[in-house]
Design a protein around this ligand. Structure first.
Ligand code: HAM
Length: 415
């Protein structure tokens, strides 16, 4: 037998309604916030991610599924949705449409990580990206969109907020970080030593225990923000407060991807183990230009669908009703089975969920099976019913029975 690859998951028929539920809520939020769907390819040129996500990140350095295709091109399965969305924006000239361009996506993503609860090698994200606005209102709107998505799913999380500044104040901060880390460098991991040279901010993202004791006392970015970044951050915070969105400022949030500037945020939960971040995002004002477009500010987030599902399961949140057949139509011989087939076909055309026998079961066994399926009604066509052009309709909830003419069945059960 060939098994499923490590870090991937099947969605079984009995579980798929949970996916539909979460994706349905994502689409509801997207609708309310006037976001239009985009779809980008599952794979892109590797360079998009090395340039976009950043070559000091774990995602690019350790986790990408990269291969050479038969034409000798370096191809990578998307590890996240933002870089592809930016490429789509630039390549299709969306910069010349009225701003902002507000987009959302539901996409698989691939990272070669060590699998554990809530951490997979193939996972799915609901993400939104808003291009063209540098105003803090947009930051607040994007954060509120994430928050209302989580509310709709009935999960409780904490919103942690930070600003990592712009290239100007970040340069000052990086200098301070270098001064702070320099005396400890020999005791820090090799990745941190590389990051010290290339991107000291990323050292704060190190997961090594030996490094964490140094990162804990590092200077805080919030003490180094320039005037513009500070007032932008104040604007975001005051709008969130005015809208009753609770948050804490956590100056240690730097995010795992290099493209961020100014506002960054994460929604975290302690109910799903070590991988507690269910949603993360932030502003990335330099990325469009960095990838070859004009200077276009942008902000977005992505929420991990599997992590959210885990959180919902662990906390007993509702996934709504699993869809059940409205009616099961049972025949007993060739003629009545043909009638059942025709009736089911007609109901289905009208959008009514109808099921019939496929296994040559007796009427008794069909009843049992219909009950297992959770059918709301069972219609039986026996000899006399067939000659009268009617079914014996049983309401499986209250047990009542009645005769219903074939032509009245749809109106009777799918009002
Ligand atoms: P990210 O924080 O790398 O950000 O991922 C977003 C979310 O995807 C995480 O909070 C988590 O829920 C989920 N996730 C990440 N890795 C895994 C994994 N291995 N297994 C399961 N779930 C995972 C981004 O991807 C950015 N593109 C978000 C963004 C959009 N920023 C701006 N716009």
């Amino acid at each position: 037998m060939i098994n499923i690859p490590k870090g991937t998951k099947d969605v079984l028929p009995a579980q798929s309604y949970k996916w539909s539920y979460i994706e349905g809520k994502a689409r509801e939020v997207a609708h309310a916030f006037n976001l239009l769907e985009i779809r980008t390819p599952t794979f892109e040129h590797t360079e998009l991610f090395t340039r976009g996500v950043g070559d000091t990140t774990d995602v690019v350095n350790k986790e990408m599924y990269t291969f050479e295709d038969k034409g000798g091109r370096s191809i990578t399965l998307k590890p996240e949705g933002t870089a592809g969305a930016v490429r789509l924006f630039i390549e299709n000239g969306l910069a010349s449409s009225p701003m902002p361009v507000k987009a959302f996506y539901i996409t698989p993503a691939f990272r070669y990580e060590r699998p554990q609860a809530g951490r997979l090698r193939e996972f799915h994200q609901f993400g939104i990206e808003v291009f063209g606005s540098k105003s803090y209102e947009t930051d607040a709107e994007v954060i509120i969109a994430a928050s209302s998505f989580l509310d709709k799913l009935g999960v409780k999380t904490k919103l942690e907020l930070n600003s990592i500044g712009c290239p100007i104040c970040r340069a000052e901060y990086n200098k301070a970080l270098k001064e702070y880390f320099k005396p400890h460098l020999d005791e820090m991991c090799e990745t941190c030593r590389t990051r010290f040279e290339k991107n000291p901010l990323r050292m704060l993202d190190c997961k090594e225990e030996g490094c964490k004791k140094f990162t804990a006392g590092a200077p805080k970015i919030t003490d180094y923000l320039c005037e513009e970044c500070n007032s932008h951050f104040d604007g975001v915070k005051s709008l969130l407060t005015a809208q009753g969105v609770e948050f804490t400022v956590n100056p240690r949030i730097v995010r795992g991807l290099d493209y961020y500037s100014k506002t960054v945020f994460e929604f975290v939960s302690d109910a799903i183990g070590a991988q507690g971040t269910v949603c993360g995002g932030g502003r990335y004002d330099g990325l469009v230009e960095q990838l070859g477009g004009n200077s276009v500010p942008a902000i977005g987030f992505a929420a991990g669908i599997e992590r959210l599902m885990l959180l919902m399961e662990n906390t007993g949140a509702s996934f709504g009703e699993e869809a059940k057949p409205r009616i099961y139509i049972a025949g007993m011989d060739e003629k009545s089975r043909a009638a059942a087939f025709g009736l089911a076909n007609g109901l289905r055309k009208a959008g009514c969920r109808a099921e019939i026998d496929h296994m040559n079961r007796s009427v008794k066994a069909q009843f049992k099976y219909a009950d297992k399926l959770g059918a709301e009604y069972v219609a039986v066509i026996g000899e006399s019913e067939l000659s009268n052009g009617e079914v014996n309709l049983k309401n499986m909830k209250d047990g009542t029975q009645e005769k219903v003419k074939f032509e009245n069945l749809l109106a009777r059960i799918c009002k």
